[in-house]
Design a protein around this ligand. Structure first.
Ligand code: PRP
Length: 199
């Protein structure tokens, strides 16, 4: 049996960069339990569809739906990942489409992090056309100081500073998503890095 650790690693080293704990596994799980209960109360009598935005949201979504004591369904879709095109042009591409029909359904979009808000803005417009009964957005993390678009996040796990974070679904060059806690780049406060751009 693998050891179940509740304490985060003291640090995570990537090349010459050092990441230190920002949110522990315990803090994350406790907050998810609260969010799950809030959603249960809000969706009494409904069978909501949780729609995860790949890749980052998959761990959060998995833990979240276990904390929502309601019948529910799930689906996923994938947008273009961070890259120069997205940052400079403000455009988002669909890389993997949704499978389910959301017409007339209560849908909850699940994100790991909202940074500039561009993805959510795109998603709002996209799903508006699909005619759901209702649409809400949940994000484990939000960087309020990085928001460039006027978007509404209905359920927020944690507001965090505009610093680069990894773990619990969040990657650095596609790695470190499997860390149980969330880590932040140490000494980053002086560095101008408004968006999650590390590739
Ligand atoms: C991240 C995150 C959000 C988006 C947030 O995904 O999961 O979907 O960026 O940024 P925004 O608010 O500025 O649009 P990313 O494109 O890095 O892909 P990933 O989930 O596969 O890591």
């Amino acid at each position: 049996m693998p050891e179940l650790k509740k304490e985060p690693k003291e640090k995570v080293t990537v090349g010459d960069e050092v990441f230190i704990p920002l949110l522990t596994e315990d803090q994350i799980q406790k907050r998810i339990a609260e969010l799950g209960e809030e959603i249960r109360k809000d969706y009494q009598g409904s069978v909501p569809v949780f729609i995860g935005v790949l890749n980052g949201s998959f761990i959060f979504m998995s833990d979240l739906i276990k904390c929502v004591e309601l019948d529910c369904e799930i689906d996923f879709f994938k947008l273009s990942s961070y890259g120069d095109e997205k940052l400079s042009s403000g455009k988002v591409k669909m890389l993997k489409e949704l499978n389910c029909d959301v017409d007339g359904r209560d849908i909850i979009i699940v994100e790991d992090i909202v940074d500039s808000g561009l993805s959510i803005k795109y998603i709002e417009e996209l799903f508006d056309e699909k005619n759901p009964k209702s649409m809400k957005v949940i994000s484990l993390l939000v960087k309020p100081e990085s928001l460039k678009y006027n978007v509404k996040i209905d359920y927020i796990g944690f507001n965090i500073p505009s610093q680069f974070v990894i773990g619990y679904g969040l990657d650095y060059s596609q790695k470190y998503r499997n860390l149980r806690s969330i880590y932040v780049l140490r000494d980053e406060t002086s560095i101008e890095r408004p968006l999650q751009t590390k590739e």
